[in-house]
Design a protein around this ligand. Sequence first.
Ligand code: HEC
Length: 266
Amino acid sequence: MDWLALMEGISLERLGSLHLVLLHLPIGFVVAAGLLELSRWRRPTADGAIYQRRLLAVNAVACLLTVGAGLVLASTGKYPAETLEWHRWAGLVCAGLAVAAWLAQARGRVVAARVALAALLAATVVTGHLGATLTHGPEVANFRVSARSGEAVKPVQSPAIASRTVSSNVFEKEILPILDRSCIECHGPDKMKGRLRLDSRAAALAGGRSGRPAIAPGKLEASELLRRVRLPRDDDEAMPPGDEPGLSVAEIAALDEWIAAGAVWR
Ligand code: HEC
């Protein structure tokens, strides 16, 4: 096994994006533990206590892993700082309560375990809500599924995300920063590598040396820019080239979505 290649493949970003998958586990466990506790309230059984202890143990571990991945994801700096800050604290509170509920249950402190579980349910709702207003993530994940399966490229949107798309200017907030940071130095007024400029819509539509449009509005497959940013990092044609960090999954998905929606420039 080529460990070096494996380690290179596991970027921090990918590790962090595990958060978006993991987070569903504690939500499921907490709801299950809440339901079990309700049924135990009516008819307490020894088995029930054992199941609850195991459930809370697994939940505590899932919470800690989710928070760990979340902290890594937060450090990628792609999320609005203020909401992120609240979401981070709420997530840490969740992890603390999850561990407390488990320890209390394991020591047979029924009341303490119930209080911790109730608080954990509430904290989970708050954390989930803050997380939903933050994410990019689910929007991105949903979008990529539909883009892959070749269906209409309309992202599956939650109401919170839909209103975000309407109320903010995607090009200015998401696309321009990517181009400015990663592409313009070589595809702008100073240098025109590959005879391509990416500082105006007309230039991007015209494309460069290859003759293919860098951006073909509404046509993901025909957009050379997308093909280049999606190439494996060690491909000679990958953009940005060389040792520069590649675009993140979220950034590529944002470009996808923007081009699918017609590549509105401003
Ligand atoms: C360090 C300089 C550099 C950076 C940064 C850079 N490129 Fe390039 N790009 C090049 C060079 C050199 C070529 C020509 C060689 C080639 O086609 O691979 C090129 C070619 C291209 C082409 C093909 C043009 C054509 O039609 O032949 C596209 C599309 C492209 N780049 C997109 C991008 C995008 C998108 C980014 C930002 C994510 C980016 N590049 C960042 C240097 C750069």
